[in-house]
Design a binder for this molecule. Structure first.
Ligand SMILES: Cc1cc2nc3c(=O)[nH]c(=O)nc-3n(C[C@H](O)[C@H](O)[C@H](O)COP(=O)(O)OP(=O)(O)OC[C@H]3O[C@@H](n4cnc5c(N)ncnc54)[C@H](O)[C@@H]3O)c2cc1C
Length: 526
């Protein structure tokens, strides 16, 4: 077991050998998003023999496409769902304490254009503070009109009467995913990306494992397990149908998009929350990694996809509303990138969303023992994992072990995150990253003048963070694609060359990688 502060051991070759060696796993987890990775960490930290299989890359699905807030859900307050908010606020506090390298406290301002709103949202946010209790991030307070204008120099001031300042958390979602993966590996879990589950094994009507395919080589595996967890997110029905083909669809889907703009559109360290736009939606304008992010939408869609596309109406909605609240109205040509994520909305009857503790996730155990976990949010991934491993341990008849993750520091934990250090997200691994950057001339130079990353990070990602493709490096190990899609496209050849050398690929692979990443980048501008 290797703990935080040492180089990450996410090693695909070793993982594939463990698969080939066979044996019975205590838990096999399907899906490497927030939910599956959290479950792998929880299970491994309890000492269970744990395998996680992700069909594409870790966090390729919804988990790299969030609004990046670690939050209690201010909007649930308005619905009076205090239990849910309190739980999420406690998880918010734990996450910021356990992973300071990829999370931080974020100030928000709610600008108010009616006195009534000041009273209403002010009362709500004071309740938010109370519910957070000792895990609170700082007190909310009322702001005068002048204070709002000082904090938000680009907000529209016509009719502005004042505002409320409050705190929530912010994070880098796919970097947190990789950090959780590394933590699970530290505790002995085997995690593999690009290994897709193709079927379930059954014995006497009970789930006894999975079949899976290495998507790089086409090699098939038959894997035995005492319990199997379905954490496939928006694809959960595909896995449930492998268990019982006759089951009704359990999910409806809704997508949300975000537009990424230059930092100048917000020009503040504070974020803006508009709790209710003219058409009744929540709108965020956020500072994130040196950019301004505007989101989100809520658009019903018909089918699940790993690469969903923003609809014209969604782009227009965000641009129109941004123009309504910001002095400098963004136009399409200002959009550096757009990213889209899909929410799974659970409609399964009899799911245990009704237990004593209200929650917005659903945990189900099928007659044959398939454990399915879905819904919830990034912020509550740890609590969801705890409940999932409890259920899987019962199904698999594993000896009970209490959950140890509430105060567990994640891989690379550091007592203090230096916001000026460009390698801060690596936490205690930053010196190891610096050592790689010093290996080759040019590896410490920027990937692109408009991106806050350097070339050698691609080599580090290939060696230690299981990056297999240009997209893995530019979209999820670094956030280049989200920060500036065209700059990322221009950086693709450099990244492909470094990855090609690290992974032993030929020129044809390099060319193909560049072409396929450039196609993705073109689809990420509007
Ligand atoms: C627009 C939007 C904004 C959001 N903003 C926030 C926010 O600000 N804060 C917050 O706390 N939460 C937020 N959320 C919610 C949060 O992002 C999700 O709850 C979370 O990411 C879900 O993670 P997951 O692991 O369940 O699903 P996913 O991340 O989708 O992971 C499922 C994984 O399963 C894999 N998979 C599927 N089939 C197979 C198979 N056969 N074999 C192997 N692997 C398979 C997929 O490739 C995928 O990687 C947001 C969600 C959306 C849509």
């Amino acid at each position: 077991m290797r703990m935080g502060g040492m180089t990450t051991e996410l090693n695909r070759v070793a993982g594939l050998s463990a698969l080939a060696a066979g044996g019975v796993w205590d838990l096999v987890i399907i899906g490497g998003g927030a939910t599956g990775l959290g479950t792998a960490l929880d299970a491994a930290a309890r000492g269970y023999r744990t395998l996680l299989l992700e069909g594409h890359d870790f966090a390729k699905g919804t988990s790299s496409r969030a609004t990046k807030l670690v939050h209690g859900g201010v909007r649930y307050l308005a619905q009076g769902n205090l239990h849910l908010v309190r739980h999420a606020l406690h998880e918010r506090g734990r996450l910021l304490a356990n992973a300071p390298q990829v999370t931080r406290r974020q100030g928000f301002v709610v600008p108010c254009y009616r006195w009534w709103d000041m009273a209403f949202y002010g009362a709500g946010l004071f309740a938010y503070d109370l519910l957070a209790g000792r895990l609170g991030l700082g007190r909310s307070r009322l702001l005068s009109r002048a204070e709002v204008m000082r904090r938000l120099p680009t907000v529209k001031t016509d009719g502005l009467v004042g505002g409320i300042h409050y705190y929530d958390g912010q994070f880098d979602d796919s970097r947190l995913a990789i950090t959780i993966a590394a933590s699970a590996a530290d505790h002995g879990a085997t995690l593999l990306n690009y290994v897709r589950v193709t079927g379930l094994l059954k014995q006497d009507g009970r789930i006894a494992g999975v079949t899976a395919r290495d998507m790089e080589t086409g090699t098939d595996y038959s894997i035995q397990a005492k319990s199997v967890v379905n954490a496939a997110g928006i694809f959960m029905d595909e896995i449930r149908h492998m268990d019982r083909p006759d089951l009704a669809e359990g999910l409806s889907l809704s997508q949300g998009i975000h537009l990424v703009l230059d930092a100048g559109f917000l020009a503040s360290d504070d974020a803006i929350l508009i709790p209710k736009t003219a058409d009744g939606r929540v709108l965020f304008v956020l500072p994130w990694l040196g950019r301004t992010v505007i989101g989100t939408t809520d658009t019903p869609i018909d089918s699940a996809s790993l690469e969903p596309h923003a609809q014209e109406s969604e782009i227009a909605f965000l641009l129109d509303h941004a123009a309504h609240y910001l002095t400098r109205a963004p136009s399409r040509s200002d959009v550096l990138s757009v990213f889209t994520g899909i929410r799974p909305l659970v409609k399964v009857k009899g799911a245990s969303g009704t237990s004593a503790v209200p929650r917005d996730h659903v945990l189900m155990v099928s007659d044959s023992g398939l454990v399915t976990i879905t819904g919830g949010k990034w912020t509550t991934y740890r609590e969801m994992a705890e409940q999932t491993v409890d259920a899987a341990a019962r199904v698999g008849d594993l000896s009970p072990v209490p959950c140890p993750t509430a105060g567990l520091h994640l891989h690379g934990w550091v007592p203090y995150r230096d916001p000026t250090d460009p390698l801060a997200a690596y936490g205690a691994d930053a010196p190891a990253v610096r050592a790689v950057l010093a290996e080759q001339p040019g590896w410490d130079t920027p990937l692109h003048p408009n991106l806050p990353y350097v070339r050698g990070e691609a080599a580090y990602a290939a060696r230690h963070l299981m990056a297999r493709t240009v997209e893995d490096v530019l979209s999820r190990r670094t956030r280049s694609l989200l920060l500036d899609a065209m700059a990322a496209a221009e950086a693709a050849p450099v990244v492909a060359a470094i990855l090609g050398a690290e992974l032993g690929r030929d020129d044809i692979w390099i060319e193909r990688e560049v072409a396929s990443f450039r196609a993705l980048a073109s689809a990420s501008v509007v």
